[in-house]
Design a protein around this ligand. Structure first.
Ligand code: FAD
Ligand code: S2G
Ligand code: ZN
Length: 476
């Protein structure tokens, strides 16, 4: 970066004094942008800028380009791989989308919602719901993560098995490029076959190619009738079998399929007030299956009973309860409470992996053996979106172990787990992206051709390498 004071003056000219946070002057406010939401990753920004329009974002990026300053786009800062925080150099400018909050359009006939990048996911869901439509992106961070962030990370969540990841829901993007040009790709067309699908380059790019300033999302018909099944399972293989039965009986009305291991449930019951496990702690796994129908008169309860009958005939479940309304919401609170609960148990090693469904049980068994060899008593907090082959294979320290001793073993424990992911043809990042945390591990599993293609895209769009340096790809 040339002269930070000159850059600060240039940025204040664009967004005004209130739109630029300066170290040593605004340290309290700056702190929330320097570290991620959970404090797992932290850096030192040169400045934090809060533009309020696309034109201001463009002017900010032009100024950063003129001063050779690196840019770190930031939304809700709930990312789990360190992608939204600056490095420790004190030279990177965080560009926050906090003030890009407009809902620009909701087209009921076309079933599209156009929002600016800083709109919180829950607010986008509410805008769709108010029009009798559904934005089928749901995850535990939805009260804080932004639409720009879910696009940049190609976020998944609990609706992927029915509706796909964010990538499947994006119809158009407005992006400010590293040189400040604005690409207006805000088209709400479901079919537009006119050359390279440029928007898909920015979905999942984690801020390394430009700043997403607005998004056109495809909406779905609202689910009018929903029912949940909370099932006791004696193995992960049984869960996979139950998924097959659910799809046979209910087809696309299976709108969520999550599993929770016994340690993950126990942690939530210990640390998240008001939660309860209707089936008790004895089942090694429990499944939360949600069936949803867009027909207002659909008898989803009868569908649930048919599913339970078929699953029982196949010995796929040990026990079950059917839940609707508040009981179903309470089961989701149990499921979504794991992330918070695990933080109460010392450092949590997070692994967001995916393997083909048929390999999942073998993969977990191989990991259990390997992890126990490395650290007897390590607590495997496994849970998540099994419907997509995605498991959050998190680890917590054995009770009574020192945090530092556990963290010293972290690289080796992760290595054991990733080796099994590779051995089972899986991915070491199913939905959270790479950031800095998984950048090198991912590169180790990619071919030279694939890495060359990724670097070629990066060079073509961000030739100076100033967009979120060191995220997704090692800075060249
Ligand atoms: P940030 O954390 O601010 O940024 C994430 C990345 O996107 C960074 O690389 C940043 O540079 C980039 N970025 C942000 N905004 C823009 C923009 N406008 N333009 C360009 N780049 C941008 N994730 C899932 O996929 N599924 C889950 O089920 C899930 N559950 C979660 C539960 C909890 C409790 C928590 C804390 C996180 C969870 N996450 C989950 C992770 C996280 O919420 C997602 O990755 C989310 O997409 C991040 O959005 P954000 O706005 O917070 O982005
Ligand atoms: C989830 C959250 C991340 C974690 O709960 O689905 O994506 O492991 C995860 O805390
Ligand atoms: Zn998840």
């Amino acid at each position: 970066m040339a002269d930070p004071d000159l850059l600060r003056t240039a940025l204040v000219d664009v967004v005004g004094e209130r739109g630029v946070l300066v170290p040593g002057v605004h340290d309290d406010r700056l702190a929330t942008y320097a570290a991620d939401w959970r404090g797992a990753y932290a850096g030192r920004p040169a400045l934090v800028v809060l533009p309020s329009t696309t034109d201001e974002v463009a002017a900010v990026l032009r100024a950063c380009a003129a001063h050779g300053a690196a840019v770190v786009p930031q939304g809700g800062n709930t990312g789990l791989c360190g992608g939204a925080v600056p490095d420790a150099s004190g030279t990177q400018v965080v560009v926050s989308t906090d003030r890009l909050r407009a809902v620009r359009d909701l087209d009921v006939a076309n079933r599209t919602l156009t929002v600016e990048a800083g709109v919180v996911l829950a607010d986008a869901q509410a805008a769709a719901g108010a029009a009798g439509l559904l934005l089928p992106l749901t995850m535990g961070s939805q009260g804080r993560c932004t639409v720009g962030g879910v696009v940049a990370t190609n976020a998944g969540g609990t609706g992927v098995l029915r509706y796909g990841s964010t990538r499947a829901l994006v119809l158009g993007l407005e992006v400010v490029l590293p040189d400040g040009r604005v690409w207006d790709g805000l088209r709400g067309l479901r079919k537009d076959n006119t050359g390279y699908d440029l928007k898909q380059l920015f979905v999942g790019a984690e801020g390394t190619l430009g700043v997403v300033t607005a998004v056109v999302l495809a909406l779905q018909p609202a689910v009018r009738r929903r029912v949940g099944l909370w099932v006791g399972l004696d193995s992960l293989a049984a869960a996979v079998g139950l998924l097959g039965t659910a799809r046979e009986v209910a087809g696309e009305r299976v709108t969520a399929f999550e599993v929770m291991s016994a340690p993950s449930r126990a942690m939530v019951l210990d640390h998240v007030p008001g939660t309860r496990d209707p089936l008790g702690p004895e089942h090694p796994w429990c499944g939360l299956v949600e069936l949803g129908d867009t027909a207002p008169d659909a008898d989803v309860e009868a569908l649930a009973e048919r599913l339970l009958t078929a699953a029982a005939e196949r010995d796929q479940l040990v026990d079950a309860v059917v839940a609707t309304g508040p009981q179903l919401d309470a089961l989701w609170a149990l499921r979504e409470g794991i992330s918070e609960a695990q933080n109460h148990e010392g450092p949590s090693l997070k692994h967001d992996v995916s393997v083909a469904l048929g390999s999942m049980a073998d993969y977990v068994a191989a990991c259990d053996a390997g992890l126990a060899r490395e650290l007897p008593g390590v607590r495997v907090v496994a849970y998540g979106h099994v419907g997509d082959g995605n498991l959050h294979h998190n680890l917590s320290k054995p009770p009574g172990t020192d945090d530092a001793d556990f963290l010293a073993l972290a690289p080796r424990l992760t290595e054991v787990l990733y080796a099994q992911v590779a051995a089972h043809g899986g991915s070491i990042s199913a939905e959270h992206g790479l950031g800095t945390a998984k950048r090198d591990a991912a590169a180790a599993y990619k071919s030279d051709v694939e890495l060359d293609l990724m670097r070629a895209v990066k060079r073509a769009i961000d030739p100076d390498g100033r967009m979120n340096p060191g995220k997704v790809l090692a800075a060249s």
